[in-house]
Ligand binder design. Sequence first.
Ligand code: NAP
Length: 291
Amino acid sequence: MSTGFIGLGAMGAPMARHLHARGLLTAVGNRTQAKADALAAGLGVRAARSADNFADCDVVALCVSLDADVLENVAALARVLRRGAVVVDHSTVSVQTATRAAALLGAEGIGFIDAPVSGGVEGARNGRLSVMAGGEAAVLEQVRPVLEAYAARISHMGGTGAGQATKAVNQVLVAGINEAVCEGLALGEKLGLDPQTLLPTLMAGAAGNWFLEKRGATLLESRFTPGFKNAHMLKDLRIASAIAASAGLQLPTLQQALADYGELVERRRGEEDTSSLIDLKRAGPKPVTGP
Ligand code: NAP
């Protein structure tokens, strides 16, 4: 199977490396060409300069940033891929974007699987991602060897868009956990508790979780290298909030997280890791302004 990978960021680059390790990677592409050139040279694969360079691929996986980036790549790939090829999208985008991508590709006889992932950059590096797939079962089977290169679990959640719907649910949990961890650790700091003892103590009990384990130590040292960017979290929470509203649900923790990441992005901290949320919790209550 010949696979292309587009979007070589914090997640995509290690995922592409796993494909290469399994002998599946043919070509890599990225918006900033230098990243594709460097990875391609390092791995001895093709550096794509345009969609044309993926024309011979059986599968092309995407892990780009926004909905518009997915649709731009899908439109270009729809023009060049052969019938029976499949595009897999690992980016976190809306259900509507997944539906649009499937329609654009389907019109050319090309398959599409929305397959957002969870597990963070550590999961991408270790090949231990949870993959949430939407689309036809037969098409998912076709691309399973690709997904297995970096997945701990592959879940078929339903038809097109079901993967993105599942990821929205995932992000409601992630956002709530981040809120709770940052509030708890801000309190721990104020009380003067020793972080060296506090973190393993919390991890050993019912409060233990991925975010505390992977980001607890660095966030207490105010080191906020991504990881997962605040700007991407804000994008995800806007998607989740729209889905919750259309399902008739009011989710107050999600709304608080939306406001917090909105504030971080407004303060030009969008490129920091989501653990910089602790700074908002350290600040204490906002002063009441106005009459
Ligand atoms: P990232 O580090 O910003 O990487 C995104 C990559 O995609 C960059 O290399 C970027 O190129 C490239 N790109 C963006 N638009 C493109 C386009 N139109 N055509 C070609 N390449 C394009 O982001 P990330 O953290 O890897 O996240 C990627 C996606 O996965 C996002 O949707 C994110 O929400 C999701 N995700 C992230 C995590 C995480 O923990 N980081 C976990 C699960 C899911 P440039 O070099 O030009 O910037």
